[in-house]
Design a protein around this ligand. Structure first.
Ligand code: ZN
Length: 246
């Protein structure tokens, strides 16, 4: 959490204050969002949250920028190839939103680091590209009872759900095994849609506005322009829920 500052009165936010009020704006300012991944999903998610006035953003990524990232990862520029993504994201976000506190961690997410990272956050964005790490981070967020905003993309389509411990099914209920990883083709705009929706989920949660996409999975198909929601139930034999008293 950041110290008090009457930022919410700034004209920077005058177009959103009618929507979330000064109370909502203050809540954003006093919140900490953990964004795991400074790539395709992390770029729009972190950008819109920093611009919205979120007080503190913790951004975690242990990768270096490659040229092949640049069709979608707009936190980074051609001049940043080879640099750590976490630091490049920190510089860009600082330029866009100088009042936000950006904390960059160029570290790998494992059981130990995940536990420490979620401790300081109010909410977590899963902007990762592999399910092994997603489960590690999800389990840590669940353990401390904070929401985990899952997003994933492939090609022209993507999915999203907000997992709220105690209120919604867990990630293992939704995805019982670990899907295969590897390099998947993707159009940058797909990441833009899903990453922006992740930012929207965080803004709704922190300001208490609207209805979260929880207990249902949004499947968005950019090629056909169709969206659908699949109801997600708690799986009876979910190894995670049953071990965690749900
Ligand atoms: Zn479960």
């Amino acid at each position: 959490m950041k110290g008090e500052k009457p930022l919410y009165k700034s004209s920077r936010f005058e177009r959103q204050l009618p929507l979330i009020g000064s109370e909502g704006q203050k809540k954003l300012e006093n919140s900490t969002v953990l964004i795991a991944g400074a790539g395709g999903l992390g770029s729009p998610a972190a950008t819109y949250l920093a611009l919205a006035g979120v007080g503190e953003i913790i951004i975690v990524d242990d990768d270096n920028i490659q040229e092949s990232n640049l069709n979608r990862q707009f936190l980074h520029s051609a001049a940043s190839v080879g640099r750590r993504k976490a630091y490049s994201a920190e510089s860009t976000l600082h330029e866009l939103a100088p009042d936000a506190s950006i904390i960059a961690h160029p570290i790998r997410i494992d059981r130990t680091s995940a536990r420490q990272l979620v401790r300081d956050a109010d909410i977590v964005i899963d902007a990762l590209d592999n399910y092994e790490t997603r489960f590690i981070l999800h389990d840590s967020a669940w353990a401390v009872g904070i929401p985990y905003i899952h997003g994933a993309i492939e090609g022209f389509s993507g999915q999203l759900t907000s997992i709220i411990p105690g209120k919604s099914p867990c990630l293992s209920c939704l995805i019982p095994g670990t899907p295969p990883g590897g390099k998947i083709p993707v159009i940058g705009a797909t990441a833009g849609v899903i990453g922006s929706m992740q930012a929207m989920e965080v803004i709704k949660f922190l300001t208490g506005t609207g209805t979260m996409i929880t207990g249902r999975l949004l499947i968005w198909d950019g090629l056909s322009g169709r969206s659908e929601y699949l109801k997600i139930g708690r799986r009876k034999n979910c190894h995670f829920c049953s071990d965690h008293g749900e």
